[in-house]
Design a protein around this ligand. Structure first.
Ligand SMILES: Nc1ncnc2c1ncn2[C@@H]1O[C@H](COP(=O)(O)OP(=O)(O)OP(=O)(O)O)[C@@H](O)[C@H]1O
Length: 208
């Protein structure tokens, strides 16, 4: 479960954001819609405590992230928050399998190869586990990032514009994968986007 209260953030005295409160239960999905520049990525980074809010709280599974020190924040994020970035970030020297296992490593957990193989099977890239991430297509890379985000069974999955560069068919497919995966692990799924096609898919929406 994720809730925020009275979140504010400033890049500068003239660039200040006050975000609406957000509430997303376990097994629920929430769409945060906004035009370019309204602060969607900023909000997602605040939810993941990649940025520190100026004021307000971000509570995930009863832990107020804003009260944690930087080391505690990093450890909490690695274990409890799965992030699907707009553009995938991988370690290019490592195989797809090792990029998935990196999620375990960063959360200080033993490697779960079976889970990685299972997810690769479900998301359709099982044949590519031994390849480098530069040797697979962009669509495959995106599915690998979804798998990596759910490796540690996080309580919250955050996705930044996961469908903006996709055609209608792949848009539906990626949303379905995100929803299926988050339901399977009982997570809260939060998607930030300007993609109006997602409006009809998500019942719960916040407009920025
Ligand atoms: N590091 C930064 N320093 C100063 N201003 C920034 C910084 N990052 C973003 N901004 C500004 O804050 C505003 C919100 O940026 P943000 O990336 O959150 O918007 P967004 O809604 O995700 O936009 P888009 O849909 O175009 O990605 C923009 O006007 C942007 O120029």
């Amino acid at each position: 479960m994720l809730t925020t209260q009275q979140l504010t953030f400033s890049y500068s005295p003239t660039k200040r954001f006050a975000f609406p409160d957000i509430h997303c239960n376990d097994r629920e999905a929430l769409l945060i819609l906004g035009r370019s520049g309204t602060g969607k990525t900023t909000l997602l980074h605040l939810l993941a405590l990649l940025l520190k809010p100026e004021s307000g709280s971000v509570v995930i599974n009863n832990t107020d992230l804003t009260r944690l020190n930087p080391a505690e924040t990093a450890a909490f994020r690695a274990a409890h928050v799965g992030i699907v970035y707009q553009k995938p970030h991988f370690v290019s020297a490592l195989s797809v399998m090792d990029n998935l296992l990196l999620a375990n490593y960063l959360a200080n957990q033993p490697p779960t190869r079976e889970r990685a193989s299972h997810l690769a099977q479900q998301l359709g890239f099982a044949d590519h586990l031994g390849r480098k991430t530069t040797q697979i297509s962009q669509g495959e890379q995106q599915r690998v990032s979804i798998a990596r985000a759910v490796m540690n069974h996080p309580g919250v999955i955050l996705a930044d514009e996961p469908t903006s560069n996709l055609d209608d068919e792949n848009c539906s497919r990626v949303v379905e994968l995100l929803q299926t995966q988050s339901e399977q692990i009982g997570a809260s799924l939060i998607v930030v986007t300007h993609d109006q096609r997602l409006k009809d898919i998500f019942a719960n929406r916040v407009q920025l």
